[in-house]
Ligand binder design. Structure first.
Ligand SMILES: N[C@@H](CCC(=O)N[C@@H](CS)C(=O)NCC(=O)O)C(=O)O
Length: 303
């Protein structure tokens, strides 16, 4: 049985980024369905506060944010390579565009379309994450977001004019990152028509969409928590602590996203390098749990 547990929900584009990556890697995984909005008691029990989706769990090690999850998957299953060393910086920059800009151009028009099918209170929940995500904000933003999203589709199509994937003839993490906002447009055939109207983009989309899943089994949230309880976090490798961070190994800190979703995860720092940090928390029900975060996009507050 696979050790990879992904806490996700079907409609989540960021989960789709990781689901497609796992498919390309041929890595089977266990799926824990989490609620689409708060409360998320079984997720927060694991993370100590972090609420965003997806979250990857390996025993008592919990990985937050798709940027870090993707790189952990790359280490777990190096082939086929999706973050080639020579393109790692470029991939991270493209991923940042997709995650923080293109995503927010594609999401509002789809939410406007789906609004009546979403659970009551959905946008009130999102408004708690960011003032830009109120119902009023989302509906007001949708027309401009959609016109900008189409410029993003043009950019992708231009990049794909002479190759099958964004960086060449092979799928990389840049494809997974740019794919998921396009996938979200599929919820509205009128919006997705803009993808189909760009043949190289549509072919790229289909190429990624048809990669078969390697095997997904479902896991109950309580069973995922029991796995964390019965495991110990992996011993971290030696840290490479950069100068001038303002916090260090052994410090008690809280980690919080610097964009949206202000829930804090508190713990003792057990690992730091140029790209990520780990905090360990002692949970009354689960024992020791290690939470791993990318440093990019997260604020660390010393307690
Ligand atoms: N930077 C985060 C963003 C994750 C994110 O925004 N996920 C959305 C779902 S696609 C989310 O958590 N929405 C609020 C929620 O599900 O409670 C990542 O890359 O994992």
């Amino acid at each position: 049985m696979s050790d990879v547990i992904l806490h996700h929900y079907a409609l989540s584009p960021f989960s789709e980024k990781i689901r497609r990556l796992l498919a390309v890697k041929g890595l089977p995984w266990r799926a824990v369905d989490q609620p689409i909005m708060m409360p998320k008691p079984d997720l927060v029990a694991l993370t100590g506060g972090y609420r965003r989706i997806p979250v990857m769990q390996l025993g008592a090690d919990v990985y937050c944010d798709t940027a870090l999850i993707a790189r952990r998957i790359e280490a777990l299953r190096p082939a086929p390579e999706t973050v080639p060393a020579g393109a790692a910086g470029l991939i991270a920059m493209l991923e940042d565009w997709a995650d923080h800009r293109f995503f927010f151009q594609c999401v509002p028009p789809v939410i406007v379309t789906l609004f009546d099918q979403l659970p009551p209170g959905f946008l009130d929940d999102r408004a708690q994450m960011s003032p830009a995500m109120t119902k009023e904000g989302m509906f007001k933003a949708a027309p401009q977001a959609w016109s900008q999203a189409q410029l993003g589709l043009d950019r992708l199509a231009r990049q794909l004019a002479d190759k099958d994937y964004l960086l060449g003839e092979r799928f990389t993490l840049a494809d997974a990152a740019c794919y998921n906002p396009v996938w979200f447009l599929k919820n509205d055939p009128k919006l997705f028509a803009a993808v189909l109207a760009r043949p190289r983009l549509a072919a790229w989309f289909e190429r990624i969409e048809r990669v078969p899943d390697a095997g997904i089994t479902t896991l109950a949230p309580a069973d995922a928590l029991a796995i964390a309880r019965d495991a110990e976090p992996a011993t971290p490798p030696p840290s490479r602590v950069p100068e001038g961070l303002g916090y260090g190994l052994g410090d008690q800190v809280a980690v919080v996203a610097d964009d949206y979703g202000q829930e804090q995860t508190a713990g003792r720092v057990t690992y730091i390098d140029d790209e990520r940090l780990t905090v360990e928390r002692q949970d009354a029900a689960l024992g020791r749990v290690a939470l791993h975060f990318p440093r990019a996009g997260y604020r660390v507050i010393k307690r």
